[in-house]
Every structure is written in C-alpha cells, then in structure tokens.
Design a protein around this ligand. Structure first.
Ligand code: ADP
Ligand code: MG
Length: 552
C-alpha cells in the first residue's frame, strides 16, 4: 500500500526536479527570445501544448495521489480499529488479572498477619534461646555429673565385689584342688579298626551304671579299674572334648594345664590329640575354644594367645615351628629371676584368627614329617607337645593373668626294652622309658608333697615343670587298644592310670598308698596296682565330694 502510495509522488518529484526536454528547450532559449522576438512567435504553440500535457499529467497524478491518500486513510483507520480492539481485549484481561490479584491480596492479608505474628514470636524465641540453652545445659551437666558420680561409686563397689569374688573363687578352686587332687585320669578305649581281626568284644567291658569303671578279662580273670571317666569305643571326638573343655578354658583364668595322651603305639593317642582332618582332636578344638572364649571377653580383656610346637626325641628338643629343623633347643632358667624356665630360640606364633590356627598345625605337621622317613614310626618314639600360652590384662581392673596349656602326645609306652631291641631302637626305647618313668616320678613326688621333685630327670618333665607344680592341673588320657594281642600293654597302661589316680585322692589316701608302696619312687616299668582299698577310697571320696560341694 505504501509503495503504491509513494509511487506517484516519486514521479511527481522527478518531473518537478528534472523537467523534460521540452521544458529545457524553453528555459534555455528564454533570453534569446528577448532579443529575437520574431523567432519566439514561430514556436509559441509548442510550449502551450506541453503545458497542457503537463497539467493533464499533474491532474492525473493528483487524482492518483488522492486515491492513494484515501486508501492510506482507510488503512490507517482499519489498523487503528484493530489496535483498539486488541487493546480493549488486553485491557479486559489485565482488569481480570487485577481483580484476581486483588482477591489474592485480600486472602493473603490475614495469612500475612499470622506470619508476621509467628515471625515476631520466633524472633523473640531466637533471642531467648541462648539463655534457655545455657540454663538447660547447666542443668543437664549437673544431672550428668550426679549420675556419673553414682555410677562411679556403684562401679567401685562392683569392682571391689568382683575382686573379692575372684579371690574367693581362686581360694575355692585351690581348696577344690587340694581336696580332689589336681590330677584327673580318663581312659579312652579305641574301636576295633577295619582290617583288625580280633575277638575284642570279650576283652574290654564297661559298667552300664558307672562311667568310671572299666573291666578287662585277662586269662579268665576279671580286672576292675576305676578312673575318673571311661570313654567307650563309640565316644566321639566332640564328646571327649566336652569332658576336657573346662580344663582347657581354666588356662584363661591363669591356670597351667597339662593334658597327656598315654598308651602303647596304636592305642589312639594321636587320634585323640590331633584327630583327623574331618574330625579334629583335642589340640585343634582347644585352640579354637580358647580363641573364641578370649574373643568373647574382648570388650573387657586384652588377650594374647601364642603357640609353640616342640618334639622331644631321644631327650633332645626340636622346634617344630622354626625354620631350622636341625637345631637342638635347650631349656634355661629365665634370667629375670622369676624362676620360670624358657627355651631360647623356640618359635612362638601369635594366633589372631582361626586361619592362623590351621597354618600353625599345617606347619608343625609338615616340619615333623619332613625330618623323618616314616612319620608314624617316628611319632610313636617321640613326644609331641603343643604349648599354648594365654596372657590377658583386664581393662578396668588392670588385673593380669597368664596360663599355659600343654597338650602332649606321648611316645608309645610299650616295653620295647624288654623285647630285646638293639642299637638305635634300644636307645629310643631307653629314652622313652626314662621320660615316662620320670613323668611318673614327678607326679608321685608332687602328690606326696616331697620337698624335691625330680623335674630334671627328663627333658619332658623339666620343660613342663611349671605346668605340673603349684596349683596347675593335669589330665592323663590313658589310651587302650581293645585287641587281645595288646592285652598285656593295656593292663600296664591301666595300672599306670590307676596308680596316678589313686595317689591323688586326698591326704588320707596318699598316706595309705605311701605306706603300702615300696620306698623307692615307682617307675614306669614297675607300676604297682593298689586296688585293695577301693572301698575305703570310695568312702573317702564321697566324703570329700560332699565337702567340695559344701565349699562351692
Ligand atoms: P597312637 O598315636 O597311639 O599310635 P593312633 O592315634 O595313630 O595311635 O591310632 C591308631 C589307629 O587307630 C589309627 O588308624 C587311628 O585312626 C585309629 N583310631 C584310634 N582311635 C580311634 C577312634 N577313637 N576312632 C576311630 N579310629 C581310631
Ligand atoms: Mg601317635
């Protein structure tokens, strides 16, 4: 519309600024016409026509211009009208919005008033808060101090009672040991193994009502042996361990304990102590139990369990957990003046996890096996000792304990020396006999409270001297083979067991035993049975048991 509106204006301008050739001719010749009038007259008709043409054009252009202006005017009015309508509708929307905002404002005002009120309230609270906090803190502190004071005095009282109870417990235990004797004797009869053909059933029999009795029928004679406990051939490793576990855990309380497996070769000593991979024996079960017990006590106690393994062969000590298997160890008196013995160079493993336990056993077993050509044969001629030390300190009382558990798989007790052995076999047999005899002598001297106990007579007793004397505890697990061919060795083992047990039945019994025994200390090969006063002993034992239950 604009283009068309200005189009004619443009032509109009052009025409006025740049007149056409006719106009030019007129203006150029103007002055000349003044001088030569006759020539002007000659051409007078032409400009008039031109003027008329121009005027006609001008009129046409003006008409166009006016039409254009008319159009423009209409266009303007239309645009204004549209803008007006748009503005009107926008205005309406704005008005509506405004009304909405007004409404909102009206509803918000009370909320604003509440908020302002809340704000002021909160502001006051915030201003007051530090004072309130201070006050509350002071009160809480006072209360806490008071409670701590009360707890602390209750704690002191408990500690005092705990210490008193501990002393009492120790006293009771010592009394119990004194009355009952600190040597227990168990017997385990192994089952007849596959491939062994023997009329075993008739040789060993048990009392269905008394698990402390064992009968041997020897050449038509029935021999009765009374021990602290007899395990049937069907007894499980678990069942056996249950009977010894209180002894094992007492070393956490600071007691020294020795558990010996005694018996002829093939009677089940290693099975009882080491067991088999699927069904471990006392050694592994004891270490695991100690480990779990000290872990349970961990919040109040800090315990350290260390393990050593030693083999005594021909009176020489070998370090089974060490690197140098050829090295012979010595037993020395601790230079700290404590009177304790120690073995310089003996490897001690600290057990921190059940995996460590497995590693220790594997290493000990491997080292023992590598040093000999036939492990079974070698192990029957040497003593294997697993020495576990449990040292603990109580966090609250500072009380310290140290106990030692010695688990000993003794060398076979069969009397080889009498069977005409020679050379190295004879020396082995002599060494075994010497150490087992020494063990019997030491036990005898201890129970008789001799001033001199011959610990030094063998490496075994010397090494174990601190675990055999004082208020330490000993368990002799006498292993018996059920085979008829092993009858005489079984009788020997049981006689040894019976003797060890009998001498431990309190002072009265001791005196009787001493009076009826030979003056010389009995040796392994000269075991005497003293069953004749069984009834007297039973009476004494019953009386003592009553007394013990009274004390406990
Ligand atoms: P020792 O160490 O006294 O020479 P072992 O422990 O080696 O005797 O036992 C000899 C054999 O009898 C082994 O084959 C062992 O597995 C088996 N044995 C011993 N006691 C038992 C038992 N209670 N249950 C099953 N087998 C046993
Ligand atoms: Mg063995």
């Amino acid at each position: 519309a604009e283009g068309s509106a200005y189009g004619p204006v443009h032509h109009w301008g052009q025409a006025s600024r740049h007149p056409g050739p006719l106009y030019q001719a007129v203006s150029e010749e103007g002055p000349k016409n003044c001088q030569t009038v006759p020539s002007v007259t000659a051409h007078q008709a032409v400009p008039e026509i031109q003027i008329l043409v121009y005027e006609g054009e001008m009129e046409r252009a003006q008409g166009q211009l006016e039409a254009e202006m008319q159009n423009l005017e209409e266009e303007k009015n239309r645009v204004i009208e549209e803008a007006f309508i748009r503005a009107e509708s926008e205005m309406k929307a704005v008005h509506e919005n405004l009304a909405g905002v007004r409404m909102n404002l009206l509803t918000l005002q009370p909320a604003l008033r509440t908020l302002t009120c809340d704000y002021n309230c909160l502001k006051r609270q915030v201003q007051d808060f530090p004072f309130m906090l201070d006050k509350a803190m002071t009160e809480a502190k006072q209360e806490i101090c008071q409670v701590i004071g009360e707890v602390s005095s209750a704690n002191q009282e408990l500690l005092r009672k705990y210490k008193r109870e501990m002393n009492l417990r120790k006293k009771c235990h010592n009394e119990l040991v004194r009355l009952k004797g600190n040597i227990r004797v168990f017997c385990r009869v192994r089952p007849v193994c596959r491939g062994e053909h023997d009329s075993a059933e008739n040789m060993v029999s048990f009392d269905p009502d008394d698990d402390a009795l064992l009968y041997l029928s020897n050449k038509g004679k029935l021999m009765t042996f009374e021990l602290d406990k007899v395990f049937h051939p069907q007894a499980t490793q678990e069942g056996v361990f249950q009977e010894v576990q209180s002894l094992v855990t007492s070393c956490i309380d600071g007691f020294n304990v020795c558990i010996f497996a005694y018996g002829q070769t093939g009677s089940g000593k290693t099975y009882t102590m080491e067991g088999v991979a699927k069904d471990p024996g006392i050694n592994q079960r004891a270490l695991r139990l100690l480990f779990s017990e000290v872990t349970e006590k961990a919040p109040d106690w800090d315990f350290k369990i260390t393990v050593s393994m030693v083999e005594i062969y021909n009176e020489t000590l070998r370090n089974l957990l060490g690197d140098n298997q050829g090295e012979k160890l010595d037993i020395k008196m601790n230079p700290d003046g404590s009177g304790q013995l120690y073995v310089p160079g003996l490897t001690e493993f600290t057990v921190q996890s059940p995996e460590d336990i497995n590693r220790v056993f594997e290493l000990g077993h491997m080292n023992r096996a590598t040093a000999c050509t036939n492990l079974n044969e070698h192990s029957s001629r040497s003593h294997a000792l697993l020495i576990i030390t449990v040292a603990g300190v109580n966090f609250s009382t500072g009380h310290r304990t140290q106990g030692k558990l010695n688990l000993v798989d003794l060398a076979g007790s069969e009397r080889i020396a009498k069977s005409g052995a020679e050379g190295s076999r004879l020396r082995e047999a002599q060494c075994i006999n010497k150490s087992l005899s020494a063990l019997g002598d030491v036990i005898n001297a201890l129970r008789s409270r001799h001033s001199h106990v011959p610990f030094r007579n063998s490496r075994l007793t010397y090494l174990l001297s601190d675990s055999l004397s004082g208020d330490s505890k000993t368990l002799m697990m006498v292993q018996v083979s059920p085979l008829v061919c092993n009858m005489s060795e079984s009788v020997c083992s049981l006689k040894f067991a019976q003797r060890v047990r009998t001498i431990e039945l309190g002072n009265a019994t001791r005196r009787q035993w001493e009076n009826s025994s030979t003056t010389s200390s009995p040796t392994h090969d000269s075991v005497e049975v003293t069953c004749t006063h069984t009834h007297t002993l039973e009476r004494v034992r019953d009386a003592l048991t009553n007394e013990i239950s009274h004390v406990c």
